[in-house]
Structure formats: structure tokens, C-alpha cells
Design a protein around this ligand. Structure first.
Ligand code: NAI
Ligand code: MG
Length: 431
């Protein structure tokens, strides 16, 4: 038997061409026909080798050998596969900033995975979710599949996390409560996914489309009154356009109409609660000490009632300042200048959080370098806040872990079971 394709010298046209053999059924062989073809060195134009010119009879030999080997080789007296199984009862705790949407983000993937749900809305915003419960009832969802328990965090949220029938907790809210939940879930090694907001950088390079950039900076942090987990609350602006940018952003922010959210002419509504308004007002006060005010910084005068605050832009903010490090969850922008790409990345990542980030530039190479360097679970280029049900949503670092939406969202409610089935009826004979 020939055990190698290694060539033998042979006298050919050039006198040095090596004759190779091909590999069929574990043997190195010549073509049945005995014919060969030449292999050339494209630099010298010389024939450096010959190989067997395989024909139909060689293909037949090879195919039959491969057919014989199939069944042979790998162990086939067993079947192994993986089952994806629902975890069971999912406990879900959601915040007040997008109540109905948060409920949908959480309930839909849990049901798709085959889980059942106990959901606790935020105590500030239970009504749209109770309406949803009426809709479940109307479409005939069987009793118990989705349960809505209204109540506050310590009263209803904490017992939900601790309940032994609840196999998984999905939470969106503050990092503070996220830590409490993780500690409590540790007792039963309960599965947890957490979405804990952030202090997301919205980065503007000097070559960005200027009008879009200014709009993007405002929308990034003023949409939904800034009560957005992915709010672009740290606006990083390259020094070349810094002054012009701050002026333009402040001028545009002054045109934002603040008033009831039920009036379509208004661009910004009240904050959710007196508590949240007070929290934002406290941060406005801190900001006035830490940085310079471009616009806003207080409470609008024209409203007699309602928990309104002014759209506020602080600039010359140091990234170490409290208004650049702590989640405010209101319409408060902190503008931070940077010199170059390296400095932008350093500032952007200098935060405990890592939910989202955006980068604005016309330079595709720069955009992708920055995308790769950012520590964030969601990164937008030349846009901010678009969200798709099929795209993964979740954070790096202190913004939590686990992903919602798309197949990633469903995965969070599934266990994986490896199954091995022995098909060999002979005695195993281990002992
Ligand atoms: P929170 O984290 O206290 O509330 C969110 C949800 O957690 C609510 O349903 C609440 O009842 C529940 N909860 C509270 N304590 C709990 C506990 N011990 N065990 C189980 N569940 C509990 O948020 P809060 O106090 O309303 O807002 C404070 C700050 O949290 C905001 O200013 C903002 O910075 C952040 N936040 C972030 C959100 C996000 O989307 N990541 C959403 C809401 C708030
Ligand atoms: Mg709280």
C-alpha cells in the first residue's frame, strides 16, 4: 500500500517535475486510466508537479469508499440533543417610565418561552397594565397565565422576588433596587435579569452633520422628559464645535413647549411624581454648583400645578461631577468637551454604567472604531433611541445583565436540558 502522496522524481518535460498521487479509500493511488496533468509554477512557467487525472472510475471508487465509511467512524449507538424548556413562573417588576411598553417587553417573551407570569407594575403607573389585563381576559387567556399584582416595592415587589414558586425575576428600575433583588434572589439561586438604566454618552465629533447633531443631543435626553433608561444624558462634544454647539442646543431647548402630555402641541410633559420632580430639582441645584447653565436649571413659572421641570443644559461639566456620574432621570443634559477620539472614548467609558451610547460622525472608520471601544449594550451611529423588537436590549457593567427583545429576550426564560439516549441494547457491563 502506498502511504504517502509524496512525489517521486520523474523525468518529465522539465526533468524535475514531481509525480503526486491522489487519496482514495485510505490509499495514495494513481488514476485508473494512468493519465496525469501538469501543475505549473506561475513565476517560472515551469511544470513543478504532475497529479493523477481522475476520471469517472476514480470518482466511483472514492464515492463508494465514502459510503462504506458513513455509519463507520463516529459512535452512533446513541442520540444526544438539547431541549429548551420554560423556566416556570416568571416574576416581573417594571418601572413607571414606559409602563405599557415595559409590560409588553417582559410579558411577551416569557409567554413565547412557555412561562407564566406574575407582574408587578410600578406603584405610580398601574392603570395601563390593568387595562392590558382586561384585554387578556377579553381574548380568553387562561386563568393564571398572566397575573398582575399592583403594589409598592417593599410590599409586593420584595415578596415576589423571594417567593419559592417564582423561578426567574426580570427587573427594570434603579440600580439600588437591582442590587436588593440580586441579593434576595441569591438565597434560592434564582435566575435574574436586570435592566438598571445608565448615564449614556452621546458623542458628537466636529465632522457630524451639525443640525442633526443638535437635534440628536436634545432628543437623546429630553424625550419622555428624560425619564428614559437610555437617556443620552452626557453629551460629549469635540472642542472645534463646542461653543457653537452649546449655543445652538440652548437656543433650540428654549423653544421646547412644556405642558400636559395629553396636549399634542407640547413637546415635554411633567415628571411622573412629586418625588421624581424633587429628585431632579435637587440635581439641578447640584448642577448649578458644579457647572455652567446654558438653559433652564429650575422649575417653569407658568404652571400652577403639575410636576414640571425646565429642560436644562449644563455645560463645561467635568466627567467626575455628580451630574455626569449619577442617573438623574429627568431632562438634564451635561455637556462635556473633548479634544480627540481617544479622549472621547476615555470619558465615555468613565462611568459605572454601560447601557447605551451614541456616536455622531461622517467618518465611517472613526464611527466603527468608537463603536468597538464603547462599553455599552446598545450603540447608535448618527441616531439615538431607535429601538426594535428584534434587536437585543440590555447593559454592560452596572447597567445590569441579560437581554430583552428578539430571540435574546426569549432565551432569558428558557433552561437548556441535554438529553442522551442509549440505543445499544447490549448490557453495558460496567461492574
Ligand atoms: P425603583 O427602582 O425603586 O422602582 C422600579 C420598580 O421596582 C417599581 O415597580 C418598584 O415598586 C419596584 N421596587 C422598589 N423597591 C423594591 C424592592 N425592594 N423589591 C422589589 N421591587 C422593588 O425606582 P424609583 O424609586 O421609582 O426611581 C428612582 C430612580 O431609579 C430614578 O430616578 C431613576 O434614576 C431610576 N429608574 C430607572 C429606570 C430604568 O428604566 N432603568 C426606571 C425607573 C427608575
Ligand atoms: Mg425606589
Amino acid at each position: 500500500m502506498t502511504t504517502s502522496a509524496r512525489p517521486r522524481q520523474r523525468s518529465g518535460k522539465s526533468g524535475k517535475a514531481a509525480a503526486y498521487r491522489m487519496y482514495i479509500d485510505g490509499k495514495f493511488v494513481d488514476a485508473r486510466s494512468g493519465r496525469t496533468f501538469d501543475v505549473f509554477d506561475p513565476a517560472s512557467e515551469e511544470v513543478i508537479a504532475t497529479c493523477p487525472a481522475g476520471g469517472p472510475e476514480d470518482i466511483d471508487r472514492a464515492a463508494k469508499a465514502a459510503h462504506r465509511a458513513f455509519y463507520g467512524g463516529w459512535k452512533t449507538d446513541a442520540i444526544a440533543f438539547a431541549l429548551r424548556e420554560p423556566m416556570g413562573v416568571a416574576g416581573q417588576i417594571i418601572p413607571w417610565n414606559y409602563p405599557l411598553m415595559m409590560a409588553a417587553w417582559k410579558i411577551a417573551p416569557a409567554l413565547a418561552a412557555g412561562c407564566t407570569v406574575v407582574l408587578k407594575p410600578a406603584e405610580q403607573t398601574p392603570l395601563s397594565i390593568l387595562k392590558l389585563a382586561e384585554d387578556f381576559e377579553a381574548v380568553g387567556l387562561p386563568p393564571g397565565v398572566v397575573n398582575i399584582v399592583t403594589g409598592d416595592g417593599p410590599g409586593a415587589g420584595a415578596p415576589l422576588v423571594a417567593h419559592p414558586e417564582v423561578r426567574k425575576i426580570a427587573f427594570t428600575g434603579s440600580a439600588e433596587v437591582g442590587k436588593l433583588i440580586m441579593r434576595s434572589a441569591a438565597d434560592q439561586l434564582k435566575r435574574v435579569s436586570l435592566e438598571l438604566g445608565g448615564k449614556s454618552p452621546n458623542i458628537f465629533f466636529a465632522d457630524a452633520d451639525f443640525e442633526n447633531a443638535v437635534d440628536g443631543a436634545l432628543f437623546g435626553v429630553f424625550v419622555n422628559q428624560g425619564e428614559v433608561c437610555s437617556a443620552g444624558s452626557r453629551v460629549l462634544v469635540q472642542r472645534d464645535i463646542y461653543k457653537k454647539f452649546v449655543d445652538a442646543a440652548a437656543a433650540k431647548a428654549r423653544t421646547i413647549k412644556v405642558g400636559s402630555g395629553l396636549d399634542r402641541n407640547n413637546k415635554m410633559g411633567p415628571l411622573v411624581s412629586a418625588e421624581q420632580r424633587d429628585r431632579v430639582v435637587r440635581y439641578q441645584k447640584i448642577g448649578r454648583q458644579e457647572a455652567r447653565v446654558a438653559v433652564g436649571g429650575g422649575v417653569p413659572k407658568q404652571h400652577e400645578r403639575g410636576w414640571y421641570v425646565e429642560p436644562t443644559i449644563f455645560y463645561d461639566v467635568d466627567n467626575a461631577a455628580r451630574i455626569a456620574q449619577e442617573e438623574i432621570f429627568g431632562p438634564v443634559m451635561s455637556v462635556i468637551p473633548f479634544k480627540d477620539e481617544a479622549e472621547a472614548i476615555r470619558i465615555a467609558n468613565a462611568t459605572p454604567y454601560g447601557l447605551a451610547a451614541a456616536v455622531w460622525t461622517r467618518d465611517i472608520f472613526k464611527a466603527f472604531r468608537v463603536v468597538k471601544a464603547l462599553e455599552a449594550g446598545v450603540v447608535w451611529v448618527n441616531h439615538i433611541q431607535p429601538t426594535f423588537v428584534e434587536a437585543p436590549w440590555g447593559g454592560y457593567k452596572a447597567s445590569g445583565f441579560g437581554r430583552e427583545l428578539g430571540h435574546w429576550g426569549v432565551e432569558e426564560y428558557l433552561e437548556t436540558k441535554q438529553v442522551y439516549v442509549n440505543l445499544d441494547e447490549k448490557p453495558i457491563g460496567w461492574y
